[in-house]
Write a protein that binds this ligand. Structure first.
Ligand SMILES: [Zn+2]
Ligand SMILES: [Zn+2]
Length: 275
Protein backbone atom coordinates (compact mmCIF):
# COMPACT_ATOMS: atom_id res chain seq x y z
CA UNK A 1 0.00 0.00 0.00
CA UNK A 2 1.28 3.45 -0.89
CA UNK A 3 0.04 6.62 0.75
CA UNK A 4 1.02 10.04 -0.56
CA UNK A 5 0.59 13.02 1.80
CA UNK A 6 1.16 16.56 0.57
CA UNK A 7 2.61 17.93 3.80
CA UNK A 8 3.32 21.41 2.52
CA UNK A 9 1.77 22.86 -0.63
CA UNK A 10 3.12 26.40 -0.50
CA UNK A 11 5.62 28.39 -2.52
CA UNK A 12 8.20 30.97 -1.39
CA UNK A 13 5.37 33.49 -0.84
CA UNK A 14 4.33 33.20 2.85
CA UNK A 15 0.86 31.75 3.29
CA UNK A 16 -0.69 30.98 6.69
CA UNK A 17 -2.42 27.92 5.25
CA UNK A 18 0.33 26.44 3.12
CA UNK A 19 3.62 25.22 4.56
CA UNK A 20 6.67 24.92 2.33
CA UNK A 21 7.17 22.25 -0.30
CA UNK A 22 7.27 18.74 1.15
CA UNK A 23 5.57 15.45 0.31
CA UNK A 24 5.55 12.28 2.39
CA UNK A 25 5.31 8.89 0.71
CA UNK A 26 4.53 5.90 2.91
CA UNK A 27 5.00 2.40 1.52
CA UNK A 28 3.52 -0.19 3.91
CA UNK A 29 4.48 2.09 6.78
CA UNK A 30 7.97 2.88 5.53
CA UNK A 31 8.37 6.63 5.22
CA UNK A 32 10.13 8.60 2.51
CA UNK A 33 10.17 12.41 2.56
CA UNK A 34 10.49 14.47 -0.60
CA UNK A 35 11.75 18.02 0.02
CA UNK A 36 11.67 19.79 3.35
CA UNK A 37 10.36 23.34 3.02
CA UNK A 38 9.01 25.72 5.64
CA UNK A 39 7.37 24.01 8.67
CA UNK A 40 7.86 20.50 7.35
CA UNK A 41 8.32 18.99 10.81
CA UNK A 42 5.03 20.50 12.02
CA UNK A 43 3.24 19.02 9.03
CA UNK A 44 4.98 15.66 9.56
CA UNK A 45 3.55 15.63 13.08
CA UNK A 46 0.14 16.39 11.56
CA UNK A 47 0.54 13.34 9.32
CA UNK A 48 1.55 11.07 12.19
CA UNK A 49 5.18 11.16 11.20
CA UNK A 50 8.48 12.28 12.71
CA UNK A 51 11.97 12.79 11.30
CA UNK A 52 13.10 9.79 13.36
CA UNK A 53 10.78 7.55 11.35
CA UNK A 54 12.17 8.51 7.95
CA UNK A 55 13.87 5.84 5.90
CA UNK A 56 15.30 8.52 3.63
CA UNK A 57 14.95 12.17 2.59
CA UNK A 58 15.01 13.01 -1.12
CA UNK A 59 15.62 16.52 -2.44
CA UNK A 60 14.40 17.56 -5.89
CA UNK A 61 16.61 20.66 -5.94
CA UNK A 62 18.31 23.06 -3.61
CA UNK A 63 15.97 26.07 -3.84
CA UNK A 64 15.26 27.41 -0.34
CA UNK A 65 11.50 26.80 -0.49
CA UNK A 66 12.27 23.08 -0.83
CA UNK A 67 15.13 22.85 1.68
CA UNK A 68 14.82 25.57 4.29
CA UNK A 69 13.82 23.26 7.16
CA UNK A 70 16.48 20.63 6.50
CA UNK A 71 18.06 21.84 9.72
CA UNK A 72 14.87 21.07 11.66
CA UNK A 73 14.57 17.58 10.17
CA UNK A 74 18.19 16.84 11.13
CA UNK A 75 17.98 18.34 14.63
CA UNK A 76 14.62 16.83 15.54
CA UNK A 77 15.72 13.39 14.38
CA UNK A 78 18.94 13.73 16.37
CA UNK A 79 17.42 14.89 19.66
CA UNK A 80 14.62 12.28 19.55
CA UNK A 81 16.77 9.29 18.66
CA UNK A 82 17.91 6.85 21.37
CA UNK A 83 20.84 5.79 19.18
CA UNK A 84 23.08 7.39 16.60
CA UNK A 85 20.88 7.47 13.49
CA UNK A 86 22.33 9.51 10.62
CA UNK A 87 19.71 10.75 8.17
CA UNK A 88 20.09 9.27 4.69
CA UNK A 89 19.71 12.08 2.15
CA UNK A 90 19.53 11.73 -1.62
CA UNK A 91 19.54 14.71 -3.95
CA UNK A 92 21.09 16.25 -7.05
CA UNK A 93 24.77 17.18 -7.22
CA UNK A 94 25.34 19.91 -4.64
CA UNK A 95 23.39 18.13 -1.92
CA UNK A 96 26.53 17.14 0.00
CA UNK A 97 27.55 20.78 0.20
CA UNK A 98 24.14 21.89 1.44
CA UNK A 99 24.17 19.17 4.10
CA UNK A 100 27.72 20.02 5.20
CA UNK A 101 26.88 23.71 5.56
CA UNK A 102 23.64 22.93 7.39
CA UNK A 103 25.47 20.73 9.89
CA UNK A 104 28.07 23.49 10.36
CA UNK A 105 25.28 25.98 11.06
CA UNK A 106 24.01 23.72 13.83
CA UNK A 107 27.33 23.55 15.68
CA UNK A 108 26.37 25.88 18.57
CA UNK A 109 23.14 24.00 19.28
CA UNK A 110 24.89 20.64 19.04
CA UNK A 111 27.42 21.84 21.61
CA UNK A 112 24.70 23.02 24.05
CA UNK A 113 22.73 19.79 23.84
CA UNK A 114 25.69 17.45 24.07
CA UNK A 115 26.96 19.36 27.14
CA UNK A 116 23.51 19.12 28.74
CA UNK A 117 22.55 15.49 27.95
CA UNK A 118 25.13 12.91 28.98
CA UNK A 119 23.45 10.16 26.96
CA UNK A 120 23.54 12.17 23.76
CA UNK A 121 27.16 11.48 22.97
CA UNK A 122 27.13 11.73 19.18
CA UNK A 123 26.70 14.57 16.69
CA UNK A 124 23.83 14.72 14.20
CA UNK A 125 24.83 13.36 10.82
CA UNK A 126 23.67 12.55 7.33
CA UNK A 127 24.75 10.03 4.72
CA UNK A 128 24.45 11.71 1.34
CA UNK A 129 23.95 10.18 -2.10
CA UNK A 130 23.98 12.48 -5.11
CA UNK A 131 21.99 11.41 -8.17
CA UNK A 132 21.02 12.77 -11.56
CA UNK A 133 19.76 10.05 -13.92
CA UNK A 134 19.81 6.65 -12.25
CA UNK A 135 18.19 4.39 -9.70
CA UNK A 136 18.32 6.55 -6.58
CA UNK A 137 17.30 3.91 -4.08
CA UNK A 138 16.31 0.25 -4.03
CA UNK A 139 15.56 -1.89 -1.00
CA UNK A 140 12.96 -4.39 0.16
CA UNK A 141 10.59 -3.97 -2.74
CA UNK A 142 10.82 -0.19 -3.11
CA UNK A 143 12.63 1.23 -6.12
CA UNK A 144 13.08 4.97 -6.57
CA UNK A 145 14.38 6.30 -9.86
CA UNK A 146 15.76 9.80 -10.41
CA UNK A 147 15.75 11.67 -13.71
CA UNK A 148 16.90 15.18 -14.58
CA UNK A 149 14.21 17.84 -14.83
CA UNK A 150 14.31 21.35 -16.31
CA UNK A 151 14.09 24.25 -13.85
CA UNK A 152 16.81 26.33 -15.48
CA UNK A 153 18.57 28.55 -14.63
CA UNK A 154 18.41 26.44 -11.46
CA UNK A 155 20.41 23.27 -12.18
CA UNK A 156 20.83 20.44 -11.65
CA UNK A 157 17.34 19.40 -10.59
CA UNK A 158 15.74 15.97 -10.43
CA UNK A 159 12.35 14.32 -10.09
CA UNK A 160 11.63 10.93 -8.57
CA UNK A 161 9.57 7.90 -9.58
CA UNK A 162 8.65 5.65 -6.65
CA UNK A 163 7.84 2.06 -7.62
CA UNK A 164 6.38 -0.42 -5.13
CA UNK A 165 4.65 -3.56 -6.36
CA UNK A 166 2.60 -2.50 -9.35
CA UNK A 167 2.13 1.05 -8.07
CA UNK A 168 3.99 4.14 -9.26
CA UNK A 169 4.08 7.63 -7.76
CA UNK A 170 6.00 10.56 -9.26
CA UNK A 171 7.26 13.54 -7.29
CA UNK A 172 8.29 15.94 -10.03
CA UNK A 173 9.42 19.03 -8.12
CA UNK A 174 9.80 22.35 -9.93
CA UNK A 175 10.17 21.79 -13.68
CA UNK A 176 8.81 22.62 -17.09
CA UNK A 177 7.82 19.70 -19.32
CA UNK A 178 10.90 17.77 -20.48
CA UNK A 179 12.11 14.33 -21.50
CA UNK A 180 13.23 13.37 -18.01
CA UNK A 181 9.81 14.23 -16.62
CA UNK A 182 8.09 12.21 -19.35
CA UNK A 183 10.23 9.19 -18.51
CA UNK A 184 9.41 9.46 -14.81
CA UNK A 185 5.69 9.80 -15.42
CA UNK A 186 5.14 6.98 -17.92
CA UNK A 187 2.14 5.00 -16.69
CA UNK A 188 2.25 6.45 -13.16
CA UNK A 189 -0.74 6.09 -10.85
CA UNK A 190 -0.10 9.47 -9.19
CA UNK A 191 1.88 12.42 -10.57
CA UNK A 192 2.56 15.30 -8.16
CA UNK A 193 3.53 18.52 -9.96
CA UNK A 194 4.36 22.00 -8.66
CA UNK A 195 2.47 24.55 -10.76
CA UNK A 196 2.12 28.19 -11.64
CA UNK A 197 -0.72 30.24 -13.16
CA UNK A 198 0.81 32.17 -16.04
CA UNK A 199 -2.14 34.54 -16.35
CA UNK A 200 -2.08 35.58 -12.69
CA UNK A 201 1.68 35.95 -12.37
CA UNK A 202 1.98 37.87 -15.65
CA UNK A 203 -0.52 40.42 -14.30
CA UNK A 204 1.64 41.31 -11.28
CA UNK A 205 3.83 44.38 -11.93
CA UNK A 206 6.93 42.89 -10.30
CA UNK A 207 10.03 42.12 -12.38
CA UNK A 208 11.08 39.53 -9.81
CA UNK A 209 7.84 37.61 -10.25
CA UNK A 210 8.05 37.82 -14.04
CA UNK A 211 11.39 35.98 -13.75
CA UNK A 212 9.63 32.83 -12.48
CA UNK A 213 7.22 32.53 -15.42
CA UNK A 214 9.39 30.38 -17.63
CA UNK A 215 10.75 27.76 -15.22
CA UNK A 216 7.59 26.21 -13.77
CA UNK A 217 4.92 24.00 -15.29
CA UNK A 218 1.56 25.71 -15.68
CA UNK A 219 -1.60 23.80 -14.86
CA UNK A 220 -1.99 23.23 -18.61
CA UNK A 221 1.61 21.96 -18.90
CA UNK A 222 1.01 19.52 -16.05
CA UNK A 223 -2.19 18.34 -17.74
CA UNK A 224 -0.37 17.75 -21.02
CA UNK A 225 2.44 15.84 -19.29
CA UNK A 226 -0.14 13.73 -17.46
CA UNK A 227 -2.04 12.98 -20.66
CA UNK A 228 1.07 12.07 -22.62
CA UNK A 229 2.23 9.71 -19.86
CA UNK A 230 -1.18 8.15 -19.26
CA UNK A 231 -1.13 8.80 -15.51
CA UNK A 232 -4.08 8.07 -13.24
CA UNK A 233 -4.28 11.09 -10.94
CA UNK A 234 -2.63 14.47 -11.40
CA UNK A 235 -1.95 16.30 -8.14
CA UNK A 236 -1.27 20.02 -8.45
CA UNK A 237 0.75 21.49 -5.59
CA UNK A 238 2.93 24.54 -4.73
CA UNK A 239 0.51 26.86 -6.63
CA UNK A 240 2.06 30.20 -7.58
CA UNK A 241 0.47 32.49 -6.62
CA UNK A 242 -1.53 30.96 -3.76
CA UNK A 243 -5.16 30.62 -4.94
CA UNK A 244 -7.72 33.01 -3.52
CA UNK A 245 -10.27 31.01 -1.52
CA UNK A 246 -12.99 29.81 -3.85
CA UNK A 247 -10.84 29.87 -6.97
CA UNK A 248 -9.27 26.44 -6.53
CA UNK A 249 -11.57 24.98 -9.19
CA UNK A 250 -10.02 27.25 -11.83
CA UNK A 251 -6.65 25.55 -11.33
CA UNK A 252 -8.16 22.12 -11.72
CA UNK A 253 -10.17 23.11 -14.79
CA UNK A 254 -7.09 24.41 -16.57
CA UNK A 255 -5.41 21.02 -16.17
CA UNK A 256 -8.60 19.17 -17.06
CA UNK A 257 -8.67 20.96 -20.38
CA UNK A 258 -5.60 18.91 -21.31
CA UNK A 259 -6.14 15.67 -19.35
CA UNK A 260 -9.17 13.46 -18.83
CA UNK A 261 -7.97 11.65 -15.67
CA UNK A 262 -8.46 12.77 -12.08
CA UNK A 263 -7.05 16.20 -11.14
CA UNK A 264 -6.69 17.55 -7.62
CA UNK A 265 -5.32 20.85 -6.29
CA UNK A 266 -3.71 19.67 -3.08
CA UNK A 267 -3.88 21.42 0.27
CA UNK A 268 -1.64 20.75 3.26
CA UNK A 269 -2.12 17.22 4.63
CA UNK A 270 -4.20 16.13 1.63
CA UNK A 271 -3.57 12.44 0.97
CA UNK A 272 -4.28 9.64 -1.47
CA UNK A 273 -3.92 5.90 -0.81
CA UNK A 274 -3.19 3.24 -3.43
CA UNK A 275 -3.86 -0.37 -2.47
ZN1 LIG B 1 12.53 25.78 -7.46
ZN1 LIG C 1 9.60 25.75 -5.50
Amino acid sequence: MIEVVTLGTGSPIPDPNRAGAATLVKVDGRQFLFDCGRAVVMRMAGAGSLPLLLERLFLTHLHSDHTTDLNDVITTRWVMSPVDSPLPVTGPPGTQGLVDRTLAMLADDVGYRRAHHADLDWDPGCTVTEVLDSVAYEADGVRIVAAPTDHRPVAPTVGYRIEAGSRVVVIAGDTVPCDGLDRLCAGADVYVQTVLRHDLVAAVPSPRLQDVLDYHSTCEDAGRTAAKAGVGTLVLTHPVPAPFPGTEGEWVERARGEFTGDVVLAHDLWSITLD
